[in-house]
Design a protein around this ligand. Structure first.
Ligand code: GRF
Length: 231
């Protein structure tokens, strides 16, 4: 059973998707703590509604002698809170702040992120918007391990979602989100099952279940590795 801490800065719909898949019995995990760096993050409301312990840590409380943001000490406060809550794996769900090496070392190989584009294209804060503005016809989302570079760690699962001519950014984001809500809990379940292993920068999935139990596409998106029953 995965002992999770979720880090969020905003809406938290991916956090909700994780909670829902746990509730349905498909994701063998427990969310021990939701951590936010924004006091008005809607994710905090979701945690409250679901009875999940949550904590807002204010970056303004962590500054150096010159009054500049002290990211290492902020991250160390998060490490302490996460460990005290009994979590050993960290899922970033719209957490809009870079993590320091101290944080990543504390949870080595156990920090996971979701990004709204097909990495390594369109890394950064505005993945979906940048892809649409660039004029791509296919974009999507990626779940990956986190390293010290932005949206750079080894890839666990990716889904391709078409960018449709004439649609608004909101519409594109909504369609990407719907797929995110399936691939993120799936990736975490593979993690929980210990079925992921690294070969260089490539992540392989052990013992895929028979093809008939998998979904590769529903016609409006394509996912690899395929989603398994329940996701
Ligand atoms: C998602 O698009 C995710 O890929 C990105 O931030 C967004 C968070 O959305 N990292 P939500 O807060 O989970 O709704």
């Amino acid at each position: 059973m995965l002992q999770l801490a979720v880090l969020a800065s905003g809406n938290g719909s991916n956090f909700q998707a994780i909670l829902d898949k746990i509730g349905e019995g498909h994701l063998q995990a427990q969310v021990r703590l939701l951590l936010c760096n924004k006091s008005n993050a809607y994710a905090l409301e979701r945690a409250k509604a679901a009875g999940i312990p949550s904590l807002f840590l204010d970056p303004a409380d962590f500054v150096d002698a010159d009054g500049k943001p002290d990211r290492p000490s902020f991250d160390m406060a998060m490490v302490q809170a996460i460990k005290a809550a009994g979590a050993d794996t960290v899922a970033l769900a719209g957490y809009m702040r870079l993590l320091t090496s101290g944080f990543l070392e504390a949870f080595a190989g156990r920090v996971i992120n979701i990004h709204p584009a097909i990495l390594p294209s369109f890394a950064g804060l505005r993945g979906a918007a940048d892809a649409q503005a660039y004029g791509v016809t296919i974009t999507g989302c990626t779940v990956h391990l986190v390293d010290e570079k932005v949206d750079h760690g080894a890839i666990i699962i990716q889904a391709a979602v078409p960018s449709i001519q004439g649609e608004s950014l909101e519409e594109l984001k909504n369609r990407i989100h719907a797929v995110e809500h399936r691939i993120y809990p799936q990736a975490l379940q593979w993690f929980a099952e210990g079925r992921l292993y690294e070969e260089g920068r490539t992540i392989r999935l052990k013992a895929a279940v028979p093809e008939k139990e998998c979904i590769i596409s529903d016609g409006s998106w394509l996912v690899q590795p395929p989603l398994e029953r329940g996701f």
